[in-house]
Design a protein around this ligand. Structure first.
Ligand SMILES: Cc1cc2nc3c(=O)[nH]c(=O)nc-3n(C[C@H](O)[C@H](O)[C@H](O)COP(=O)(O)OP(=O)(O)OC[C@H]3O[C@@H](n4cnc5c(N)ncnc54)[C@H](O)[C@@H]3O)c2cc1C
Length: 460
């Protein structure tokens, strides 16, 4: 591409339209509105939106940005959006949602814009399980590049350990393949390093055979929060790794899709999934079911396609504020500290305060190491609020108070997928110092002009 150097910014962006064979929308033009993220609270106002339909569109955009002093960032669904400013071109991958399943070899090749639901729709009829997170509406690539912990994490381990290959456009606009044997440094870094090392255009994953599971959620009234949370604490740590559980103190708004018994009040959800012996799984759950009188109980044998029903996360776009802490232990004092700040009578404004039991297969390093850290955390605490412009500061401050309440038991770490932020201290919490060092060194190698140095990426 030969581009004159004396162009105005807008003229340059019009040339971009000629250089990539897809829709390029500038502010105010049709298509620009597609950059509004799922987390509508994130201020996403890029210089231009490129609705990529191919790896060539992505590579062409990156090369154009390098030539014209723009940075580039990527969005699939906006579930993990951080703000995007006016010097940045946003590559929207949402249209690259192809998904091919090879049921014989139990693998899938998935485009960068696919959501987990797209893969589940094709794989689950073969009895195969795409290892999504709690919400199948989340993007496959954004989830996997952050490691990815799902409702079966203790049984199957980290979802990104099931990645076989990435196709990725580097900061130099080159399309590379990353596997354990080809560009192995990228393969290491892309599993955990988010968008630090490039824009992934397709991913290939293994699909374990899990046609069905025993699971769902048992919901209790908010008045029973203390009893349920304390009982869950001592019950959960005895569970075998075929069983997974999390517990959430919820204050769901009375919106369509929220079941009547859960809407507009505090409830406690004990989520449960198990594979293998379903009768044994039912027996293990019995003591938890008996702690108080459930207001709703959805646990039973379900097809894998129903995995999203376990957490029943919100589907429609909403404003979100997140915080996360990883815990090395959960003594009774930690539960009391949580109850004081997020339980009944605390005045908590949070929609979901979620504790997940980790451990099991997550702890074991995979055959091919990755940039994901903190495998040894015992629990993840996630705090999710739905701020309005008026209460945004208060919701964020309260979320910090919730994670602060368990600080004595926290590891100090966070997972790359949770609580996305521009905060430069954020990567230091997501990665061990040597991992940070190598991610930054690889970013210098694959993006020497810092074209991708935008959003939540590791750079020094
Ligand atoms: C309701 C909800 C439930 C969730 N549940 C879980 C869960 O159970 N487990 C878990 O681990 N996480 C979970 N998450 C976090 C989620 O995995 C991250 O927010 C993830 O980044 C979302 O990816 P996305 O593509 O949907 O979002 P986007 O906002 O589109 O992307 C987020 C980030 O992912 C990276 N990314 C996206 N596409 C590419 C690409 N093509 N190449 C390189 N980098 C890319 C970029 O850094 C981008 O900024 C949840 C989030 C929400 C909102």
């Amino acid at each position: 591409m030969t581009i004159p150097t004396d162009l105005t910014r807008d003229d340059a962006l019009r040339i971009l339209r000629e250089e990539v064979a897809t829709l390029v929308a500038l502010p105010g033009e049709p298509g620009y509105e597609r950059c509004v993220p799922w987390n509508v609270a994130a201020p996403v106002t890029p210089a231009a939106v490129v609705l990529a339909t191919s790896a060539e569109d992505v590579a062409g955009t990156v090369r154009f940005a390098a030539a014209h002093g723009f940075t580039v960032t990527v969005q699939a669904t906006g579930h993990g959006a951080v703000g995007v400013g006016a010097d940045t071109i946003l590559v929207l991958t949402a249209a690259m949602k192809h998904c091919e399943v090879d049921s014989l070899n139990r693998t899938a090749r998935v485009g960068a814009g696919a959501r987990w639901q797209d893969v589940i729709d094709v794989a689950a009829p073969h009895g195969l399980a795409p290892l999504c997170g709690s919400s199948p509406g989340v993007g496959v690539v954004g989830f996997l590049t952050g490691g990815g912990i799902g409702p079966l994490v203790r049984t199957v381990g980290l979802s990104s350990d099931y990645v076989r290959a990435f196709d990725v456009v580097t900061g130099e606009g080159r399309l590379l393949r990353a596997t354990p044997d080809e560009n192995a440094d990228l393969f290491w870094g892309l599993r955990g390093g988010k968008a630090t090392l490039g824009i992934v255009t397709a991913v290939e994953i293994d699909l374990p055979p899990i046609p069905e599971f025993y699971g769902g959620a048992v919901y209790f009234d908010g008045a029973d929060t203390a009893a349920v949370l304390h009982a869950w604490r001592s019950w959960s740590v005895e569970l075998p790794e075929t069983v997974n559980t999390s517990i959430a103190v919820q204050q769901l708004p009375p919106l369509s899709g929220v079941p009547e018994p859960l809407a507009g009040r505090m409830t406690v959800a004990v989520r449960y999934t198990a594979v293998g012996d379903f009768a044994e799984a039912e027996r293990l759950l019995a003591p938890m079911r008996a702690v108080a009188t459930p207001v709703m109980d959805t646990v039973g044998v379900l097809p894998y396609a129903a995995i999203g029903a376990v957490h029943a996360d919100p589907v429609d776009p909403m404003p979100t504020n997140e915080d996360q802490a990883l815990l090395s232990e959960l003594p009774a004092e930690a539960v009391d500290a949580l109850l004081a700040v997020a339980g009944p009578g605390s005045g908590s404004p949070q929609v979901i305060v979620d504790l997940r039991l980790l451990g099991g297969a997550l702890v074991r390093e995979p055959q091919h190491r990755s940039a994901f850290c903190h495998r040894d955390a015992a629990f993840s605490l996630a705090v999710i609020g739905a701020p309005t412009p008026e209460n945004a500061a208060m919701v964020a401050e309260h979320a910090r108070a919730v994670t602060g309440a368990v600080a004595p038991w926290a590891t100090g770490g966070q997972m790359p997928n949770f609580a996305p932020s521009y905060d430069p201290a954020r990567p230091a919490r997501a990665y061990a110092p040597d991992t940070l060092h190598w991610l930054a060194a690889l970013a210098d190698r694959y993006d020497p002009s810092r074209v991708l140095a935008t959003g939540q990426v590791v750079r020094t």
